[in-house]
Write a protein that binds this ligand. Structure first.
Ligand code: RIB
Length: 281
């Protein structure tokens, strides 16, 4: 199975703080770390660590952050030939604050991610495709239009998209906030819709009807960053492998739960044997 991911690549700057700031507030006492991130790159790495071959299409800057942002994709043998170095825009950066319970706040400076244009995409995208909304929506729409296989779209962060895109998706993944943003539009196509519920698990709908649900194993969360992206990569791999809906949900919930037990986005993403071990109890 070779999955193509068209999506964002960031270098995350993570401040682990005693608590998250309110509007206009300064919180001191944090420690700083840098990790590769970006929803697209995270989902690509999640799928690769769970057993898929992956091709990444995206854009980074001509700067010192690009190598760091791509390091774990290269280590996982992800094909990054479709990642362009932009001559002007910097590598995308996410500023992330995390509190001791693992809750986070994220601000993204998209940089080169917003320079991924439809011209950068292949005319025809063979095989399964995963997308999110951290690239220009026109590029996401163009990618979906050129896809000839299974399409999974993670509508994150929520933004207006065409009804044609929603109808074309074989699988839509949203969290509760995104589900509320799109409302009934989510179910306008015949594809499956997964709503993730954090520590409460996830639900899978088809044509608006609930067909499966699952809860994650109990874990102690230290950083939720990347857990949702892990879920997206995992549910795509599981469904493409032919797992039944409930088993696929359980697999993806377990993968996401493991990611939440470790700091950072990409460093926290689980390997296949870890997910199988936690599922086996
Ligand atoms: O979903 C988590 C990701 O969102 C982070 O890695 C950050 O880069 C932002 O894009």
């Amino acid at each position: 199975m070779r999955i193509t991911v068209v999506g964002s690549i960031n270098l995350d700057h993570v401040a682990s703080a005693p608590r998250l700031p309110g509007p206009g507030e300064t919180v001191t006492g944090a420690t700083l770390a840098r990790h590769p991130g970006g929803k697209g790159a995270n989902q690509a790495l999640a799928a690769a660590r769970l057993g898929a071959e992956v091709t990444m299409i995206g854009r980074v800057g001509r700067d010192g952050m690009a190598g760091e942002a791509l390091a774990l994709l290269l280590e996982a043998d992800i094909d990054v030939a479709g990642v362009i170095t932009d001559a002007e825009a910097p590598t995308g950066v996410a500023l992330i604050a995390v509190d001791p319970s693992g809750e986070n706040q994220i601000v993204v400076a998209a940089g080169a991610n917003y320079s991924v244009t439809p011209e950068q995409l292949p005319q025809r995208i063979e095989g399964p495709l995963i997308l999110q909304l951290e690239l220009p929506v026109a590029t996401v729409e163009a990618a979906v239009g050129r896809a000839v296989g299974f399409v999974c779209i993670n509508l994150a962060p929520a933004a207006p998209v065409s009804e044609a895109l929603l109808r074309r998706a074989d699988l839509i993944v949203v969290n509760e906030t995104e589900a509320a943003y799109y409302g009934d539009l989510l179910h306008s196509g015949g594809g499956r819709v997964v709503v993730t519920l954090g520590a409460r698990g996830a639900q899978l709908f088809q044509r608006g009807g609930l067909i499966a649900e699952a809860s994650p194993p109990e874990v102690t969360a230290v950083d939720a960053t990347g857990a949702g992206d892990t879920f997206v990569g995992a549910i795509t791999v599981a469904l493409l492998e032919g797992m039944a809906p409930e088993a696929a949900l359980r697999f993806a919930c377990a993968a996401g739960a493991i990611a939440a037990t470790r700091p950072g986005a990409q460093p926290s993403l689980p390997m296949r044997d870890e997910v199988e071990a936690i599922l086996a109890g």
